[in-house]
Design a protein around this ligand. Structure first.
Ligand code: ADP
Length: 273
């Protein structure tokens, strides 16, 4: 028969076991915590390194672009003009890639900030459109801006970030369209109260379109709809990822509708003051 002593002994060993288990759990939790902290610090260091590097890369790139611009104005023959044009386009592409990497790195390091200032929205839209219109080499493709509903476009926001989103999205529409019209429609609505505006911009093209299979992950980093080695366009697959982050930073979002072979329509919304 079980004596009182035996019962007490059994109870004690159960308690001991529980205590040891609890100690083990605590030890493991501590180890996990410090591993997580280490991983976070290393990710942060990587992002900071990238952000600094991208910044350092931009300075010489601006020098290259400036010198090519000056070279273009000198008396060189047609062939040489062509070479300068190609070098200049490559420099612009590289700079835009560097800007995207810089912003992604900053965003990972939680250092992506808005620089709010007053600007003329209509002028910004018109400048972007004329800059990109000049870059269209294909005569079967036209670019049109529809901003007639915005009377006074004097607003406050981050014009550089808005410009970056527009350059990415309209740049893609040009890159992925063989012919037809790209229409950029912008409208500005009062939002919540009198001091906030909601800017909605849609970029509609009649280009190659995107398959339904790819659409859900299109805004993830390094995703390209056509990843075949025979793809016609180069690119990094970062433009849409950073555009999404920038729109979210500006208290908005970005969506896409597309039919393969018919065209795409990207729409983004941001908040302005
Ligand atoms: P990149 O253009 O550098 O490859 P993005 O992130 O800007 O990177 O775009 C990702 C992919 O989405 C592109 O590679 C392309 O397959 C697809 N895409 C983006 N915009 C369009 C568009 N307007 N029409 C068709 N496909 C597009």
């Amino acid at each position: 028969s079980t004596t009182v002593e035996e019962l007490a002994e059994a109870k004690k060993s159960v308690l001991d076991f529980n205590q040891r288990l609890e100690n083990k759990v605590q030890e493991r939790t501590q180890e996990l915590k410090s591993a997580t902290l280490k991983a976070e610090a290393s990710a942060q260091a990587k992002s900071e390194f990238l952000a600094t590097m991208s910044h350092e890369l931009r300075t010489p790139m601006n020098g290259i672009q400036g010198m090519l611009y000056l070279l273009k104005g000198t008396s060189i023959d047609n062939k040489q003009q062509q070479y300068v044009d190609i070098a200049s386009q490559s420099a612009t592409d590289l700079l835009s890639l560097i800007n995207n990497i810089l912003d992604l790195a900053k965003s990972d390091a939680n250092k992506l900030e808005l620089n709010i200032e007053e600007f003329d929205l209509n002028k910004l839209l018109e400048d972007v459109i004329s800059l990109l219109s000049a870059s269209i080499k294909n005569e079967a493709l036209t670019l049109q801006l529809n901003n007639s509903s915005i009377d006074s476009g004097i607003v406050s926001g981050d014009p550089a970030k808005l410009k970056q989103v527009l350059l990415n999205l309209i740049g893609n529409a040009i890159k992925f369209s063989q012919q037809g019209q790209i229409t950029v429609t912008a409208k500005l609505d009062k939002f919540h109260n009198d001091s906030e505006y909601r800017l909605t911009v849609s970029i509609k093209d009649s280009g190659c379109g995107i398959s339904q299979k790819v659409l859900p992950k299109l805004f993830e980093r390094f995703v390209q709809a056509d990843s075949s080695s025979t793809r016609q366009h180069d690119g990094s697959g970062l433009g849409l990822a950073i555009s999404k982050q920038l729109c979210e930073l500006m208290q908005g979002n970005i969506t896409v509708d597309s039919i393969l072979g018919e065209g795409s329509c990207f729409t983004f919304v941001i908040t302005l003051l």
